[in-house]
Ligand binder design. Sequence first.
Ligand code: FAD
Ligand code: SF4
Ligand code: SF4
Ligand code: SF4
Ligand code: SF4
Length: 415
Amino acid sequence: MVAKGDLLYVSAADAAMLEKGESGGAVSALLKYALESGTVDAVLAVKKGYDLYESRPAVITDPEEIAETAGSLHCGTLLVPKLIKKFLDGARNKKIAVTLKGCDAKAMYELAKRNQINLDNVYMIGLNCGGSISPVAARKMIEQKFGLDPDDIVKEEIDKGECTVITKDGEHKSVKIDELEEEGYGRRTNCQRCKTKIPRQCDLACGNWGVVEGKSGKVTFIEVCSEKGAELINGAAGKKAVTSEKADPKGVEVRKSIEKSMLELSDKRTSEQFAALGEGRERLEFIMAETSRCIKCYQCIENCPICYCVECSTKKPHLVTPGQLPPPFIFHLIRYTHIADSCINCGQCEELCAMDIPNALYMHSLQMEMQEMFGYEPGVNLDLPVLALVEEPAERKRLSDTGDDQIFNIFGDKE
Ligand code: FAD
Ligand code: SF4
Ligand code: SF4
Ligand code: SF4
Ligand code: SF4
């Protein structure tokens, strides 16, 4: 029997699923089993859109549709937890299984600790993540750096420190990630700084690191991170949906060393990127200059997993003068003060900014300073944030009595 803590090679038993899957098709097989067995009511997965540069969230209830989501989308920069809060009622009344990268997993935790998602009803299927590439940047990179037509690419992979693309004519071309990043291509800058490469917050952490020669493409390396994850694999194995064996000890060592070198690279990139921001007043002036391009499209707020207040302070006229573009700097300061302690560096506020303002970089740099000061690291566990007014009994009662979910309501009802 599989138990929490096990390190496994798992494969889809169904040959077509194994073939379609990115590694061993285990994730797809487990999702399909979860639906067929009634373990969950629905699956929230990510599938290819118009082309491989577009990823779409998919809510699936028919097990036969799971196969459509197999495979990894490295230009899939979606963050799904806020969709669970917004469109699936925070999984309050339905059991769901969802695939999550590290940033998704951290967002799940931050929303769960604020009572916006019910983790008891969620099977968190984590995917190891070396990074994702913005669709526009990916197309530019393929054209300029690989010398290929982006529309001819049928598959992209990030493995062993290289980015590889395959054309419809079967041509393979690889370039080292380091080289790409030195020249301003490659992974999103927040991904370069990210230190959640194996999302152990999830019930299962699935990937291809540590799959030894000969098993590549035939198994998925799974770290079993919870009892719930172990039960899912045991149930699926019992119904012959997956097969599993202990991971090869050599593979376990390789995975450990890849994770270590990825984390060291993240530290290096973080230092470089934060240093380029300057210090103190210089940093503030830099941020003020960059944010002066803001057109107040609200995408940073709309897509941030920590921003979900019913009445956002940035829309209060006594705080932010309406009808003024660019908005006064207080517009950004409000977000910095409300979010900085809990920013999980998911990159959404930068990825979706209409004016390409590097919002995540500022927010992450603030968060790291707060983490140093107060010791609070967002997204790693269910500890409450520094500004958790919601935990004060009076605030809790107000939230419960009014149904409000603005947890930092320091202005009361004043308009
Ligand atoms: P499959 O059966 O093919 O199922 C894949 C599942 O992933 C599908 O359900 C699909 O909904 C979901 N999915 C696809 N793209 C996304 C996305 N962008 N966001 C959320 N869900 C998605 N593993 C490593 O060991 N090292 C890495 O560096 C690494 N980097 C990755 C980067 C990204 C952006 C992604 C999405 C995955 C990465 N993985 C990495 C995980 C790996 O590619 C496989 O997803 C994993 O091994 C599971 O394989 P499988 O055959 O069992 O999955
Ligand atoms: Fe992956 Fe981290 Fe980037 Fe999220 S922020 S896509 S987990 S590297
Ligand atoms: Fe993600 Fe930006 Fe919100 Fe931080 S501030 S959690 S990077 S959207
Ligand atoms: Fe985000 Fe603050 Fe607005 Fe709430 S009030 S949505 S935390 S900026
Ligand atoms: Fe301004 Fe960008 Fe936020 Fe839009 S997403 S409000 S342009 S900072």
